[in-house]
Ligand binder design. Structure first.
Ligand code: GLA
Ligand code: ZN
Length: 673
């Protein structure tokens, strides 16, 4: 069994990406001294260093990296060592221009940024294996080495390449997956629009076509891209396991990033020794702490509930959004500790020292351009001390209340072209349902639709357009066994090949929901419908409506106007020991909360009316005891009831009864017992 925690770390990890090659060696000594001052315990090194490590083909220069690792070791700082395979050197591309990725339109990218990689390219694969082998041979048992960091953020900026090598590789993948061309024709429904193939050799990647291409082909290409990129990860990982036994191997995920559209993190979570994640606040006016909590919950879920590690976030603003606000005083620590509350065994940043040159010089860092006489630096030092006091949190597990289903394949399928409405965005629904659960102070586990759900009293399905028969059966068993299910519209529609399930919609979920949908009736932009329900409670829907027919379910809310007036809008179906709810329109937050409130009653989940809005309460429990995290995201002091007395770890004070949490502050109580 490979190791799953960074070697040699006893408490929580704290640090960041360290790119010393940007600085003269005279600066390194100061870096190490300041890292120690800030309480840094681990840094990520060498992620983009291939061109310096191998300045000419086959000629390596490890001297500078030797000195960096030795220096860090002298200062007691652990190293997360990168394999630099996200940026092959310029000379490599001169020799192998075909390793540059090609877009669906046939445009070949150029060298000059990072991540310009065709993952099918044999020259790239050989070169990546070679540099990984050399690094593992040289540093595999270096005393500073804690963790291997393969590549960087697989899946961005290029999620799929459409070149000729990828075309050949895709055909091999098809042969392996389907056996022969007839099976491909069947799966893709090529009888439509005369797309029939008589030989696998006729099949190409879904390159630019005059009008919309075959959706099942496009969906399979994402699966192929995912599998191909994963082959390159596992190749590097296996080299590292062989040459550097006992050191865990990771690659940094971006679990909640919607642009990353060909990585199935459920599959990747099984391949890494330790799940690590990068998270940046998306500052588009929405509540950033809710998105952060969602990303952290999703990352923990991908890790199977085990502790994971936040490998990158920012001390303050980033520089790649249209507008990049600084973090408010105290916000960085709230962010870091919210990740820890939801299962991260530490908090690391991009990056240690802010760059003076290059594309990310306006991205914040632990040590800003302004040096140590800055607010950010003082907050970094404070965070180091805070994390140091939380060492007993390490290895404990976050306790979840409910589950939300999540499936990248369904998401890919739903985002293909020519759907009933472009206003329906599955990610938006996932965010909206999550936010309602967050505001009810329920901690969410994300689950694959075919996973065992029996431990959750409530399971929410925000949008699961692609639902396999196995997933449908799973949800039915869950409800029959006593679970409460809430399903949003346009779920259960197609199988794994994007083929509509036989019979009336929603094919895979008809039985469990006790209804059929005769027709979808999406609304025009800005159009709204009234939905009226119990006690005259009126809700508002937009984007989507449906002609629902009850077949066992009861109508709880019905459409008040529009084409579907008088028909069921929200239904409830008693089945076996449980209950299944269906929401056939896009409700706003208020409406969703009303439905979730009713479902929570069915699930016997008591409302947490004792907790103020935006005061986040999460529990991590394990051999070292139970830790209650309370994060006050508001500008008002809050009080939170404790069900046991304990010690507040950040202040060292005893806590009992009602815990005071000042505006913007975080408290972590290690409960007695
Ligand atoms: C990503 C990358 C980092 C850095 C940060 C900040 O997470 O992994 O190298 O570019 O974004 O923009
Ligand atoms: Zn390619």
């Amino acid at each position: 069994m490979p190791e799953t925690t960074p070697k040699g770390l006893t408490g929580l990890a704290f640090g960041g990406d360290y790119n010393p090659e940007q600085w003269p060696e005279s600066v390194w000594q100061e870096d190490a001294r300041l890292m120690r001052e800030a309480g840094v315990t681990m840094v990520s090194v060498g992620i983009f260093s291939w061109a310096l490590l191998e300045p000419e083909p086959g000629r390596h220069d490890f001297g500078w990296l030797d000195r960096v690792l030795d220096l860090l070791h002298t200062y007691g700082i652990r190293v997360d060592l990168g394999t630099p395979t996200v940026v092959p050197p310029a000379w490599f591309y001169r020799a192998h221009p075909d390793a540059l990725p090609v877009t669906a339109e046939g445009v070949r990218h150029e060298f000059g940024s990072r991540g310009a990689i065709c993952h099918s390219n044999v020259h790239y694969r050989a070169a990546a294996a070679d540099i990984t082998t050399r690094l593992a041979e040289r540093y595999g048992d270096h005393p500073a080495l804690a963790l291997w960091h393969v590549h960087n953020e697989y899946g961005v900026p290029v999620s799929a390449c459409y070149c000729d090598s990828c075309a050949a590789h895709f055909r091999t993948w098809l042969a392996r997956t389907y056996g022969d061309v007839d099976a491909v024709n069947e799966a893709w429904g090529t009888a439509f629009w005369g797309q029939h193939y008589t030989d696998l050799g006729q099949i190409n990647p879904p390159r630019a076509t005059p009008t919309v291409g075959n959706p099942a082909q496009a969906l399979d290409y994402k699966r192929f891209a995912d599998a191909t990129i994963r082959e390159n990860f596992t190749a590097e990982r296996d080299i590292l396991h062989r040459l550097s036994p006992g050191v865990p191997v990771t690659t940094n995920f971006m679990t909640a990033l919607s642009q990353c559209d060909s990585i199935d993190y459920w599959a990747w979570g099984r391949e890494v020794d330790l799940v690590t994640n990068d998270h940046y606040l998306i500052t588009d006016g929405r509540r950033t702490h809710v998105n952060l909590a969602m990303a952290a919950d999703l990352t923990r879920s991908v890790a199977g509930g085990a502790p994971w590690l936040l490998l990158e976030h920012s001390t303050s603003g980033v520089n790649w959004q249209p507008r990049n606000p600084a973090k408010a005083p105290g916000q960085m620590a709230r962010n870091s500790l919210a990740h820890v509350a939801r299962g991260s065994d530490g908090a690391l940043f991009f990056q240690w020292r802010q760059s003076r040159r290059g594309a990310e010089k306006f991205h914040s860092a632990m040590l800003p351009h302004g040096g140590t006489e800055t607010r950010v630096w003082r907050e970094v030092v404070g965070l180091g001390a805070a994390l140091d006091s939380l060492s007993t949190v390490r290895s404990t597990r976050t306790e979840a209340d409910v589950a939300v289903l999540w499936d990248w394949h369904s998401w890919w399928a739903q985002n293909l072209q020519w759907r009933p409405s472009e206003d329906h965005d599955p990610r938006e629904r996932a965010d909206a349902f999550y936010e309602v659960l967050y505001d009810r102070h329920l901690t969410v586990d994300f689950a694959h639709p075919e996973a065992d759900l029996s431990s959750y009293p409530l399971v929410v399905v925000p949008a699961l357009y692609l639902t396999t028969q196995a997933a449908g059966d799973n949800l039915r068993r869950y409800v029959e066994g006593g679970g409460t299910l809430v399903v949003s519209y346009f779920s259960g529609i197609v199988d794994e090949h994007d083929a509509v399930h036989e019979g009336a919609y929603p094919g895979a979920l008809r039985d469990v929901l006790g209804l059929t949908v005769e027709e979808f009736s999406p609304l025009l932009a800005g159009e709204r419908v009234q939905v009226t329900g119990p006690d005259g409670l009126a809700l508002t829907g937009d984007v989507w409506t449906e002609f629902v027919v009850e077949r066992g379910a009861e109508t709880v809310w019905s459409y008040g106007d529009g084409l579907t007036a008088g028909r069921p809008a929200v239904t409830r179906h008693r089945l076996g020991e449980g209950t299944a709810w269906y929401v056939s329109t896009r409700l706003d937050a208020h409406g969703l909360d009303a439905v979730i409130g009713r479902a929570a009653e069915d699930a016997h989940i008591a409302p947490r009316t004792d907790l103020p809005r935006d005061v986040e309460v999460v529990r991590r429990t394990g051999a070292s005891g139970s830790h209650l995290f309370v994060i006050n995201h508001t500008a008002t002091d809050a009080k939170v009831p404790l069900d046991a007395a304990g010690t507040e770890l950040l202040t060292g004070e005893r806590a009992a009864g009602r815990l005071a949490v000042p505006a913007g502050a975080v408290r972590v109580v290690r409960l007695d017992g």
